[in-house]
Design a protein. Structure first.
Length: 207
């Protein structure tokens, strides 16, 4: 069970009741009822910060209940039970709700309303986070700011520099574990050979 905090509970209640992307959206409204999906606690030292829930996660209400989640847990060297231990791992996507799909059936980008409304306050409420896994370019740009590269490739190639930064939380960039990145993984064997062993050591240290 996660550590209780009245302040954090109030913040989470506000996030889970949020309807801004439906009632006052920045652009086209969310095409379905909001269902924010995130997991946080005041004791989790590791954060998994990705893009947005997909269709399966929108249905389950549990993050990474899909093949991407299976791959991510394999990268981290974790069982599902370890991964979903809310007291140890926070899961905070850039957009809390499934954003819908484009005409080709691909997921749309994360809704921008979430990050602007909630993320600064939420991360201020989680000062114990020591490491953020920035999964995909949207999360990398938010967590790294001006230190992010101009492309996913550029950011990934600088992963050691980002991991060594002195201010907390440190950031380790990861590509999204979707099958759409299979080509990138094939072209960059150093990811499995060099980065994954470091990722697994960091995960074990923080758990």
């Amino acid at each position: 069970m996660r550590a209780a905090s009245p302040e954090l509970d109030r913040l989470l209640a506000g996030i889970r009741a949020c309807r801004v992307c439906v009632e006052a959206p920045e652009s086209r409204p969310l095409p379905h009822e909001p269902r924010p999906v995130l997991r946080v606690s005041q004791t989790a030292r590791l954060g998994v910060c990705s893009q947005a829930p997909g269709t399966r996660v929108h249905g389950s209400g549990i993050p990474f209940t899909d093949p991407s989640g299976d791959r991510l847990r394999d990268w981290m060297g974790l069982t599902p039970q370890e991964f979903y231990d809310e007291a140890k791992i926070a899961i905070i996507p850039m957009g809390f709700c499934f954003p819908g799909q484009d005409a080709k059936g691909g997921d749309l980008p994360p809704r921008p309303e979430c990050a602007k409304l909630w993320r600064p306050t939420l991360f201020t409420a989680l000062p114990q986070l020591e490491l953020v896994l920035a999964v995909g370019s949207y999360a990398q740009r938010w967590h790294l700011g001006g230190d992010a590269g101009k492309s996913l490739q550029a950011t990934m190639l600088d992963w050691r520099k980002h991991l060594r930064r002195k201010r907390l939380p440190r950031v380790l960039p990861l590509p999204h574990p979707s099958w759409r990145n299979n080509g990138w993984l094939t072209r960059n064997p150093w990811f499995e050979q060099e980065l994954l062993p470091v990722l697994r050591r960091e995960v074990r240290r923080l758990l």
